[in-house]
Design a protein around this ligand. Sequence first.
Ligand code: SF4
Length: 372
Amino acid sequence: MSLADAIRARALELGFDRVGFTSAEPLAGRVFLASWLDLGYAGGMEYLKRHLDRRGDPALQVPGARTVICLAAGYTPALPSSGDPGRGRISAYALGPDYHLWLVERLRLLWGFIAAEAGRSVHGRWYVDTGPVLERELAVRAGLGWRGKNTCLIDQRQGSYAFLGEILTDLELPGDAPGIDRCGTCTRCLEACPTQALVAPYLLDARRCIAYLTVELKGAVPRELREGMGAWIFGCDLCQEVCPWNRRSASRETGSTEERAAAQPSLVELLELDRKAFKARFGHTPVERTRRRGLLRSVAVALGNAGDRRAVPALVQALLDEEPLVRGHAAWALGRLGGDQARQALAQALDHESDPAVAEELGLALADASRD
Ligand code: SF4
């Protein structure tokens, strides 16, 4: 068995679903990345601008690199929405333990195997969306799929619900044929995006993307995008859910009560989490990334979108939250829900609020709530 075949077999044994090889030559996608950044589509993700040269050239990232081994490990898609307005939605990838941890462990084991089998001293480094590596571009070139119009990596059989990892090594291994674009005339993902984040096929304005707004954005969600967030409180799967290539994997209709509670948690319960309770519930999961204040900000938006006044007491309580970000978004939600209790609470909070941004939210929310 060739070394490449042995690596493939070991990767599958370790739980990866797909493995491919490509050269460490510079990527054509580096030009696209530079213009995408120039257009401002990365929003506040400043880290993407760092090491731009290395991102587009694996051999600069790992001197002497000849081959990139690309790997994909599928995950289970989320259950369809229950339609219960009191429940939020969390993206499927974030429902388990932090994938960085277990994926890195698998890569470490695979590297141990490669180093033992190579027959010479070898050099390599591995990444799980942690380093300056254009992982989707590399995966396409290694034949793991194509970059869809929704910008996700799609495989003909396994769809797009997959984590990616890669090993950059100085080993010379034969490259695989690149993936072929099979989106055809389909535009479902562009039509499904409620915030019009896919401004053109293959072109994402991250500043409008719900995944960015709920996970990466540190400050207030622009008011004009809040309604489009619907019930999403961490990430978003809409452009994957509508993709025909996910039909097979996204056909789950049922799940256990625990699964549903994790994927579609009670919004009021989340709004009541203090720091300790947040840590206990989301520590060591991807949701931890947005911190308590980021999650509760999105929870407040989802409650405002749900239109159920039973959430008013919890939102009134959130007007007293220690985090201005939470107070400001709770005010917005109360403005949307309206009613006497919401109006009184907003007026009272406005009298005492010292943070100018929150005071502005309160004033606008009060005007909104007074319209009904
Ligand atoms: Fe491509 Fe259609 Fe899937 Fe969008 S929904 S990624 S256009 S196949």
